[in-house]
Every structure is written in structure tokens, then in C-alpha cells.
Design a protein around this ligand. Structure first.
Ligand code: 13P
Ligand code: SF4
Length: 306
């Protein structure tokens, strides 16, 4: 039987739902019941009546879904699908930062571990970060964890001074300014669109900056026909589906011999692994009740503002 049919039949039999992030491989995006950015996926699960969720994305996203839906079973098809922003964080350094600035409000990007979330006042994603920062009283200092590029960008657009942790995304740091400029020279009418996890030199030349869903929305409403896309190229699958006649060019990485503008973690999820995860109902995301309760507080604060 073909793999896709096997997955869809088993999903139906088990009354499961498949959620996928925009960076997943096209075959996975195409079998998902719902595709979205990290905020949309979290919001969606809170509206679902089904209890078995196959999460095609990375671990911190599946963890977020679990924290918001502690009674549902959240299954990730590959438990090694991590994120460099999660791995980069040294909890002791964060503790030190918090004790150095005891009056500051801790705002943490959703690309973080559940433990880091328990240490935060509020969480943000790239699509609601501007709103979240603006919700913090002006007289309050902010510690922003753990993405330095998103933190710097938010500080520049909100005018807020922030103490920013030095984490970064291995994918969004790869884009080459020089190569993007060369590409723009060849495609003079192309607009450069970028995710705020990119370095500031890339963001400075971008015509539009936004989360994955904001980028998708922008290209579908904008009148241009060509775009240089400075984010993980998985999103281009949806862009091409929405705008059949437009041209999307993935922004090149510094090292053109590798596919390092692809997120190796997102790409760990395959159709085979999704079938396996449905058959065996593994790998289930589990967290202690203490972490679940503590991490839920800053996440629900974010949800209220979103
Ligand atoms: P979005 O919330 O914009 O989908 O971003 C998630 C992510 O991991 C970007 O690298
Ligand atoms: Fe993490 Fe970067 Fe992959 Fe997003 S693209 S999941 S931030 S490593």
C-alpha cells in the first residue's frame, strides 16, 4: 500500500490529527491536517477535540503543545528533532543574568526548553513578539532569551533597551549578505523577505521581515512577482502553492557546498517516521507535573495577548 494512504487510514482509525510546521518537507506538509507557524500550531491544538496528536515539527514546539494540552497525547515522530536555540542555552548563565537584573521582566522566545519557560514571565513567538514586548510597562527593563538576533530586532523596532542572551539559530545565521546582494543584482525586481532570526545585516536589506506565517501572508498579498526568501526554504512549498505564478528564490548560505540553510532538525521528520509514530504511538512527549504547571503560566500569558 502506498505510504501516504497507510498514514491517512491509520490516522482515521486512531482518530489522530497531524500537525506540521512550515519547514517540514513538502510530503509531510501535504498529509498534515493543519500547517502553521509555531503560534498557530499551539493555538490550533487548544481547539482540537482529538486526543492523539502527531506533531511534525521540532521538540520544543511539541513540548509547548503538551504544556498547553496536558491531557492530550503528543507524539513526535523523531525525538532528536531539536533546535540550536534550545541547545545553546546554559541555564546557569540565565540564572546569573536573572539575579543580576532582579527587576527586569524575563521574556522568552518559544524556541526554548520547558525549563527555560518555567523561569520566564512571558513567552513570545516571532509572530506576536512585537505585541508581547509592547505589553510590558515602559518603566520595566527586559531580559530577552535566548535569540540574540530576534532580541536585537525587537529592541530596534520597539525602542526598548533589553538585556539579550547570546543564542542563535544555526540556519538563520548562515545567510550570506554578499551572495544575497549578488542575487538581487541579477533579479532587480525581487523583494528580499526575511525571518527576524536572521542577522541584522540581512534584516537591514530586507523589504519585509516577519514570522513564517507573516512571510506567507505578505507574498500572497504583495504585488511583486519575485522574492528572495531568507528563511528555511521549507516555507517555499506553501508560497508556491498559494502563488503559482510567482518566483521564490531561497537565500543562499555562506557555504554553497552544503544545505545549511535547511534546518536539519525539521528535516528529520519523514513519512516513514510518521507512519511508525502512528503505529507505535511513539515518541510521546512527557514532562513532570511541576514543569507542566510552571511553564503553562508564561505560555497562557502569551496566549491571552495573542
Ligand atoms: P515561526 O514561529 O515563524 O514559524 O518560526 C519558528 C522557527 O523555528 C523559525 O526558525
Ligand atoms: Fe531551531 Fe533554527 Fe531549526 Fe527554527 S530553523 S527549529 S530556530 S534550528
Amino acid at each position: 500500500m502506498d505510504l501516504k494512504k497507510e498514514i491517512l487510514d491509520l490516522k482515521k482509525e486512531k482518530k489522530a490529527v497531524i500537525l506540521a510546521h512550515f519547514y517540514q518537507i513538502p510530503e509531510v506538509q501535504d498529509i498534515a491536517d493543519f500547517i502553521g507557524d509555531s503560534l498557530q500550531l499551539a493555538q490550533k491544538t487548544m481547539q482540537l477535540k482529538e486526543d492523539l496528536i502527531i506533531f511534525a515539527g521540532v521538540y520544543f514546539m511539541a513540548e509547548t503543545v503538551k504544556i498547553l494540552n496536558p491531557n492530550k497525547r503528543i507524539i513526535i515522530p523523531d525525538k532528536n528533532a531539536g533546535c540550536s536555540l534550545v541547545d545553546d542555552v546554559d541555564i546557569n548563565k540565565v540564572k546569573e543574568l536573572i539575579s543580576r537584573y532582579p527587576d527586569h521582566v524575563v521574556v522568552t522566545y518559544v524556541n526554548s526548553s520547558a525549563i527555560l519557560k518555567t523561569m520566564s514571565y512571558i513567552i513570545c513567538t516571532s509572530s506576536n513578539a512585537f505585541k508581547i514586548i509592547n505589553s510590558i510597562p515602559k518603566d520595566k527593563g527586559i531580559i530577552f532569551l535566548p535569540d540574540k538576533n530576534l532580541g536585537k530586532y525587537l529592541s530596534s523596532v520597539t525602542g526598548r533597551n533589553m538585556v539579550i542572551y547570546e543564542g542563535s539559530c544555526i540556519v538563520h545565521e548562515q545567510f550570506s549578505l554578499e551572495k544575497i546582494i549578488m542575487l538581487k543584482d541579477k533579479h532587480r525586481n525581487a523583494k528580499i523577505i526575511a525571518h527576524p532570526e536572521c542577522e541584522d545585516v540581512i534584516l537591514k536589506i530586507a523589504d519585509f521581515i516577519g514570522s513564517t506565517s507573516a512571510l506567507l501572508d505578505f507574498v500572497s498579498k504583495d504585488t511583486s512577482n519575485e522574492y528572495i526568501v531568507a528563511t528555511e526554504p521549507g516555507i517555499i512549498h506553501q508560497m508556491r502553492k498559494k502563488c503559482e505564478n510567482k518566483v521564490f528564490i531561497p537565500a543562499p548560505p555562506n557555504d554553497s557546498t552544503c544545505a545549511c540553510n535547511e534546518c536539519r532538525y525539521m528535516k528529520m521528520i519523514t513519512l516513514d517516521k510518521i507512519l511508525h509514530s502512528l503505529e507505535k504511538e511513539e515518541y510521546e512527549v512527557t514532562l513532570s507535573s511541576e514543569i507542566l504547571e510552571k511553564a503553562k503560566v508564561p505560555l497562557l500569558r502569551m496566549m491571552e495577548i495573542s
